[in-house]
Ligand binder design. Structure first.
Ligand SMILES: [Zn+2]
Length: 323
């Protein structure tokens, strides 16, 4: 059995997967979800993952005797090539600097691979979701932040520092009232500062004088509130322009748009697509801009696919030399 694990700031999800080929990997247990001990530090998070894995193995009499072949993890935060967290929001205390891969491999006594959660979601969308058969995708996830992933036919591009695909930190020329807004990364003029959920809420607050959570801004837009509608669609346009910039460098044929903000409705992705086409150079402008298909399970599935790739690799490179 392969274990997929999605570690977020509020919850940890774990499930068992199996399949004779990576492209047929399917979930064979229900998803166990436990609260993240977000104030208790890395070792406490590892303990909760171990508990969830034990529960998943106990879910059926068949899988309870089956060994865990490998564990794939998608986690909040930037992950370096060794599987340590190099930067993160303060959602989990003590997360930055924590050697997550090493701690989990010791605790679970199995091979472990760790990537950022949006990178994991990108792997899943590329192999089993909206990017299936596309020959490479750029994925963007618009939620609390604006994360991204580049998945080419030979796999995920992590980058030297684990930040490849960071579409949210591309700089745009923005109207004066937004141009100086600070991004969570410290930069100004970044698309995340104006197109993420908190970015849209901030714009609504500044323009209307009253705070509304994003889902109420969206509800107002649906009722025909012109200000709320414009703010959401402007966010979609900024994102479309950033994707055009990114794909001038990448030239992938499919761009997958996911995350909580994108799930507010089809009009959002349609506006991202329109803005993308308008801003992109000839050639990449023909790329398909499509909604994500796998929803909240994407990171969990991508993590499991990563675990399955570890198993495949170990089969290709046997530890015993042939006689
Ligand atoms: Zn930024």
């Amino acid at each position: 059995m392969i274990i997929g694990d999605d570690i977020g700031g509020t919850k940890i999800a774990v499930a068992g997967f199996a399949g004779d080929e990576r492209d047929r990997l399917t979930r064979i247990t229900e998803v166990r979800t436990l609260p993240t001990p977000s104030r208790a530090g890395g070792p406490a998070v590892v303990s909760v993952v171990v508990q969830a894995v034990r529960e998943v193995r106990g879910l059926s009499s068949v899988v309870s005797v089956e060994a865990v072949e490998a564990v794939g993890v998608g986690t909040a935060g930037v992950v370096d090539p060794g599987g340590s967290i190099t930067s993160a929001t303060d959602a989990i205390s003590g997360w930055v600097g924590f050697a997550l891969r090493e701690a989990l491999a010791d605790a679970l006594e199995a091979p472990v691979a760790v990537v950022n959660d949006v990178h994991a979601a990108g792997i899943a969308e590329a192999e089993q979701g909206a990017g299936r058969g596309a020959g490479g995708i750029l994925m963007v996830a618009v939620g609390t932040g604006v994360g991204g992933a580049v998945v080419l036919p030979d796999g995920l591009r992590r980058g030297v520092t684990g930040t490849a695909g960071s579409v949210g930190h591309m700089e745009l020329s923005l109207p004066p009232q937004l141009a100086e807004r600070r991004c969570p990364c410290g930069g100004v003029g970044h698309v995340e500062a104006v197109a993420s959920g908190p970015g849209l809420e901030q714009t609504y607050l500044e323009e209307s004088g009253g705070f509304l959570p994003l889902r109420e801004v969206h509800a107002a837009a649906t009722r025909g509130d012109a200000l709320a509608e414009r703010i959401i669609l402007d966010g979609a346009r900024y994102l479309g322009r950033a994707l055009a910039n990114a794909n001038a460098a990448l030239d992938v044929g499919t761009i997958v748009v996911g995350g909580g903000v994108a799930e507010v409705g089809e009009s959002y992705v349609a506006e991202v697509r329109r803005s993308y086409r308008e801003a992109a150079m000839p050639g990449p402008s023909r790329a398909h801009v499509v909604p994500a298909e796998l929803g909240i399970d994407a990171a969990l599935t991508g993590a499991a696919l990563l675990g399955a790739a570890l198993v495949e690799r170990s089969r290709e490179t046997p530890t015993q030399p042939p006689a």
